[in-house]
Ligand binder design. Structure first.
Ligand SMILES: Cc1cc2nc3c(=O)[nH]c(=O)nc-3n(C[C@H](O)[C@H](O)[C@H](O)COP(=O)(O)OP(=O)(O)OC[C@H]3O[C@@H](n4cnc5c(N)ncnc54)[C@H](O)[C@@H]3O)c2cc1C
Length: 352
């Protein structure tokens, strides 16, 4: 029998998960993701998993990035969530034109983990609301409005901020992730899950960003077209948290039977979802992608419910990983939710 050694970053993620993240996940859940966790992630090279090698990243293929995400999310969903924000700016800069000032200034420090990025852009996915306005001003961009969600405040170095112009263009620009004239964070939001991830809302009042910090300017319709496949694919975190929940089931025949059955179904959905994520035409098979995403949520709910049921009353104690994973699963139901995802999920829940 031949065995293939895991990719070094997968092995690194496993070491980080087993040695640091999983043992402290209960404590982190009730407090905050400590800067020392983020330092450990920086040192591990995982922030550059999908960044180009010529900029100091690992240039690893998507399956490696997904496996790393599963491992981190299953170990400590709050830490996974803080660091997962970083990969969107890295991918955006990687795809940007070589020579673009923001790319040349930021891609290397982001790829090596010298800088950590957060994102403030989910709000531009909403067609009906425009909570953040962008306007060209003095050779740069002026932002006004309220970012409803920004995770990693106090941990991130830079923020990828998006707003919408009068002409219905989406503008993405990098901003220092600190309080400054025109940018004021709320106190950390108190949430039923992932409070530890230091999520705030951010008030923007005539925040001016220089033109060389802009990384993308595109019509909102075009952005929605490019964004659609991204939001319809299943997040690897769903599989990571579901598996962590099933690992809590014990060794009685009842528990083993449930864990084995759910693991088999999860593996099947995972294989199909990842095959579609790798499909060369990202905007094809949207319905199937949505159906798999919804199915993965069903299995996630079943897995976390099984962990609670098998644990009995003590599973509801704040010391119990079962209740934490169930709350993290609840959060994953809405993470990255767009209108098509919401519609497909609600329809599936109605049994349509
Ligand atoms: C703890 C936490 C941290 C987060 N951190 C970040 C972050 O750091 N950066 C970031 O960018 N985002 C972040 N988000 C946002 C997150 O990824 C999702 O995008 C978001 O939770 C889902 O959307 P919403 O609640 O903002 O908007 P919703 O109002 O739920 O809208 C989601 C989508 O559904 C559509 N919709 C809503 N209501 C209706 C309706 N009645 N009929 C039809 N369509 C409808 C909207 O148009 C939109 O497209 C965070 C969310 C949470 C909960």
């Amino acid at each position: 029998m031949t065995t293939t050694a895991p990719h070094p970053l997968v092995a690194g993620a496993r070491r980080l998960a087993d040695g640091l993240l999983a043992p402290s996940a209960q404590h982190v859940d009730q407090h905050v993701v400590p800067a020392s966790h983020i330092d450990a992630v920086r040192r591990s090279g995982l922030l550059g998993v999908c960044a180009p090698e010529e900029y100091g990243g690992a240039g690893a293929p998507d399956p490696v990035a997904r496996e790393v995400a599963e491992i981190l999310a299953g170990a400590c969903c709050s830490t996974w969530f803080v660091q997962t924000q970083h990969h969107t700016p890295v991918r955006l800069l990687t795809k940007a034109e070589p020579g673009l000032p923001a790319r040349e200034r930021l891609l290397r420090p982001l790829a090596t983990g010298e800088l950590l990025a957060g994102i403030a852009y989910a709000h531009v996915r909403s067609a009906s609301r425009t909570p953040v306005r962008a306007a060209t001003e003095r050779g740069g961009v002026r932002f006004d409005g309220t970012v409803p969600w920004y995770t990693g405040w106090g941990l991130n170095d830079v923020m990828l901020l998006a707003g919408v112009t009068e002409a219905d263009e989406v503008v993405f620009a990098f901003v220092d992730a600190r309080e400054q004239p025109g940018l004021r964070p709320s106190p950390p939001l108190r949430l039923a899950a992932l409070t530890a991830a230091r999520t705030v809302s951010v008030k923007l009042d005539a925040l001016w960003v220089p033109g060389d910090a802009v990384v993308l300017r595109t019509p909102r319709e075009e952005f929605a077209r490019l964004d659609l496949p991204r939001s319809t694919n299943t997040s690897p975190a769903v599989f990571g948290v579901a598996r962590a929940a099933l690992d809590l089931l014990g060794d009685t025949p009842d528990e083993r039977r449930t864990a084995d059955a759910l693991r088999a179904r999860l593996d099947e959905v995972r294989t199909r979802a990842y095959a579609l994520a790798d499909h060369p035409v990202p905007h094809e098979h949207v319905e199937e992608r949505l159906a798999l995403r919804t199915r993965a949520y069903d299995l996630l709910r079943a897995a976390t419910a099984a962990a609670v049921v098998s644990g009995g009353g003590r599973a509801t104690s704040l010391d119990s990983p079962a209740q934490r994973l169930a709350r993290e699963g609840m959060f994953l139901l809405v993470q990255g939710q767009t209108a098509p995802v919401r519609e497909a999920h609600l329809a599936a829940l109605a049994g349509l």
